[in-house]
Design a protein around this ligand. Structure first.
Ligand code: MBD
Ligand code: FE
Length: 277
């Protein structure tokens, strides 16, 4: 582990990536701002009254909010504590596969591969070898040829490339194009439970509240095909104790894989069912 892999360094990267890839200034109509901000503030006011919040607690809140920004941890904090409900609302009408949150560490533009791919990894990459294979279909069962599976994950030490030091740029990231039957095969390593950086403001809050600071081991994926809605998802591993206590509340039973032993590690099959656009 590099000494430079700090919460501030990770957070600054996540903030930069968000600014570079998302139009944060998208127009939200005034009546929506009015309704949403009013409700949030009323919840805050109600909490203050119910708990008789003191000036020292109010000052602790101000100091903490300032520090989240200084550490660049707003993407981390929001994706851990808020995004799962945005995802729930956004995907409520879907008939196809369940999805999960994107989180702060997605980077578009990863190297592209054919239907049978090995993710970019170091010669001495640590971790159990994992093969993930399956088929992308429409809700009516039609295979989706040429579907894209964009995958990213942490390494055996729990770090994501581009958000920690000394990892090759696109390590354990890739975009796989499914074959003419919508099938894909991805060779990678098993991901590791992820500990929220404990030296930043988000970690300080988690410690102060005595919550578990972990996400279970997970693969991140975005699956897309022509004329279909993209699915953003995460896949998890059975028996990971963090599945029940995920700090980001992003585990669903449908997303837990059923691995089988393979000669060189483990093998998992998982199909993605996409809703028409
Ligand atoms: C992660 O790896 C992640 O997936 C989320 C949602 C939040 C923090 C780190
Ligand atoms: Fe993650």
């Amino acid at each position: 582990m590099s000494e430079k892999t700090t919460a501030a360094a990770t957070g600054a990267s996540a903030t930069e990536h968000f600014r570079a890839t998302v139009n944060g200034a998208a127009d939200v109509p005034p009546e929506r701002v009015d309704a949403l901000v009013n409700d949030v503030l009323q919840s805050v006011h109600a909490t203050i009254r119910a708990h008789r919040v003191t000036y020292s607690e109010y000052d602790a809140l101000k100091a903490w909010l300032i520090q989240v920004g200084r550490d660049g941890e707003w993407p981390l904090f929001l994706d851990v504590f808020v995004e799962h409900v945005v995802e729930e609302v956004a995907t409520a009408g879907r008939a196809g596969s369940k999805g999960s949150i994107e989180g702060p560490f997605y980077v578009p533009g990863a190297p592209e591969f054919g239907a049978d791919a090995t993710l970019p990894m170091r010669d001495d990459e640590q971790g159990v070898r994992l093969t993930l294979h399956g088929q992308v279909r429409s809700v009516d069962g039609t295979p989706l040829p040429g579907a894209k599976v964009d995958i990213w994950q942490d390494d055996a030490a729990g770090f994501y490339s581009q958000f920690a030091q000394n990892i090759p740029e696109w390590n354990l990231r890739g975009v796989i194009t499914a074959d003419e039957n919508g099938r894909f095969r991805i060779r990678t390593i098993q991901p590791t439970p992820y500990q929220i950086p404990i030296d930043g403001a988000t970690g300080a809050l988690i410690r102060a509240a005595n919550w578990p600071a972990y996400r279970p081991a997970h693969l991140h994926l975005k699956v897309s095909a022509a004329a279909h809605q993209q699915i953003t998802s995460q896949l998890y591993f059975p028996g990971d104790p963090h599945n029940e206590t995920d700090i980001a509340d992003a585990v669903k039973p449908e997303l837990i894989l059923q691995p089988t032993p393979a000669a060189d590690g483990i093998d998992v099959e998982y199909d993605f069912i996409l809703d028409p656009a």
